[in-house]
Design a protein around this ligand. Structure first.
Ligand code: GLY
Ligand code: MN
Length: 463
């Protein structure tokens, strides 16, 4: 945990945004993997972590705005539990760690919320993403579980998003630490790739590093020679001479702040001419986007800028044709770059995505596009000092998409399909770093840069 005062300060900021009502913030429960006693590794809810810092299951918190009372609810462990789990802190002790001096068993939470419901008091809660907590909120409020999220408090969502979006110094330190773990994961992968080994050797090795240095992975990693599949979680291929391995993986720091880094590695140690040409376009798009970061700029504009660099590079190679501006306006580049430039990052790798992507990445001035590719942009709004986000352009050759667009003659004024056919089995390339918006410009997070130039990657990959 950070110092207790950090959590009470955060709660004070939150409370000042409300005149009345109850703020109900639920911690996560253990989630069974294949039977109740064998659970997935526990991951606390990030908003609960942000305001209370207690990294244990089965807790809930209520901030009563009208009566200025904060309460932690949870059940103390029994002696039977302690026999299996070892000594456990009492809920009262946990509450004190976060500067809250009132704690009660969970049964009292029901009474408290029931009483508030009877009195017609407003109960603000966040959208729920786990079945156990949908049922819990349903039990507490009497609302049908399938409609719980229709009643989530927009006021609370917006207040939390506003606050969590701006990272403080101690949070940035944690993210730096998470990126430094990713440094080890990625440089070790570069040294380990070679023809004849399975993707899962790399996947297992990076997970080991993440667990030995922090709190494990920040998401299921993508370690694949089929990088054209954006979220590919299959690790069963054997890497072969000439393949490109996309390694999109990140770690959680000890306090659960995320990193999210992508590097693309030539399995044989050297990029082929064709691979190097595409790699250089992606790298240019990534570095120019990073170098353009400053407060006041819209991330949607950075995305469009990266799309233009990609379209320009593909034009030079004869894969695209015509006006670059017109091609990007029409969305033709989306066949090669079908995802957004990046997303906010913090306690969640896609920060606060559970609260609603549009609340996090869009505002009154930015509306989500319907265009293929651009519609997947998670972060479009104006960047502010304290924002931490990813920059992760890519170029992919997705055979199914190419075939479909070609049959439909889609964007044929901008796409040279005959040339694209020569790249059908190319795979994909993505390069990703994590960036902080500073008062003046930006800082790429992590204490040292993770190798990404052609020369650096080849040196490590052939070592
Ligand atoms: N790192 C995977 C993603 O950003 O979706
Ligand atoms: Mn990412």
């Amino acid at each position: 945990m950070f110092d207790a005062q950090i959590y009470s300060n955060r709660r004070n900021i939150l409370k000042n945004k409300f005149e009345s009502g109850l703020l109900l913030i639920l911690g996560n429960e253990e989630a069974p993997a294949n039977y109740t006693g064998n659970s997935f590794p526990f991951r606390q809810d990030s908003t609960f972590l942000y305001y209370f810092g207690i990294d244990l299951p089965g807790l809930a918190a209520v901030i009563d705005i009208d009566n200025h009372v904060e309460t932690i609810y949870g059940n103390d462990f029994t002696v039977d539990d302690i026999v299996w789990m070892g000594p456990q802190p009492k809920v009262q002790e946990l509450a004190l760690l976060t500067e809250i001096n009132i704690s009660h068993p969970i049964a009292k939470l029901e009474e408290h919320i029931n009483d508030a419901v009877q009195r017609g008091r407003k109960i603000h809660f966040l959208p729920q993403y786990r079945a156990e907590l949908l049922f819990k909120v349903s039990d507490l409020t009497g609302l049908n579980y399938s409609r719980i999220n229709d009643y989530a408090s927009e006021k609370l969502i917006k207040a939390v998003v506003d606050q969590r979006s701006i990272k403080s110094e101690e949070e940035i330190k944690e993210i730096d630490a998470a990126v430094d773990i990713a440094y080890k994961m990625h440089t070790s992968s570069m040294k380990m790739v070679k023809p004849g080994i399975l993707e899962m050797k790399i996947a297992g090795m990076i997970e080991g590093i993440s667990l030995s240095l922090g709190s494990g992975l920040s998401f299921r990693p993508i370690v694949s020679v089929n990088g054209q599949t954006l979220h590919n979680h299959f690790y069963g291929n054997t890497m072969e001479e000439g393949d490109l391995l996309v390694n999109d993986s990140g770690a959680e720091s000890k306090l659960h702040y995320a990193s999210d880094i992508t590097r693309t590695i030539p399995v044989s140690g050297k990029f082929s001419q064709k691979q190097r040409e595409i790699y250089q376009i992606v790298l240019k798009a990534e570095m120019e986007a990073i170098n353009s970061v400053k407060p006041g700029i819209m991330n949607k504009d950075l995305h469009i800028g990266a799309a233009k660099i990609i379209a320009e590079g593909l034009n030079d190679l004869g894969l695209m044709k015509g006006s670059i501006d017109d091609a990007v306006n029409s969305g033709a580049h989306g066949m090669f770059f079908p995802h957004g430039l990046g997303h906010m990052m913090g306690l969640d790798v896609h920060d606060m995505e559970n609260l609603g992507e549009n609340f996090v990445g869009y505002d009154e001035r930015t509306e989500r596009s319907e265009q293929f590719g651009l519609k997947y942009l998670r972060l479009a709004k104006t960047l502010q000092p304290g924002h931490v986000f990813t920059i992760e352009p890519g170029i992919y050759f997705i055979p199914e998409l190419i075939d479909m667009w070609k049959k439909q003659s889609r964007h044929e004024e901008f796409i040279n399909y005959d040339k694209v056919e020569e790249y059908q089995d190319f795979g994909g390339i993505r390069i990703e770093d994590d960036v902080l918006v500073t008062e003046e410009s930006f800082r790429v997070l992590g204490s040292k840069p993770i190798p990404k130039s052609v020369e650096e990657v080849e040196t490590l990959a052939s070592s």
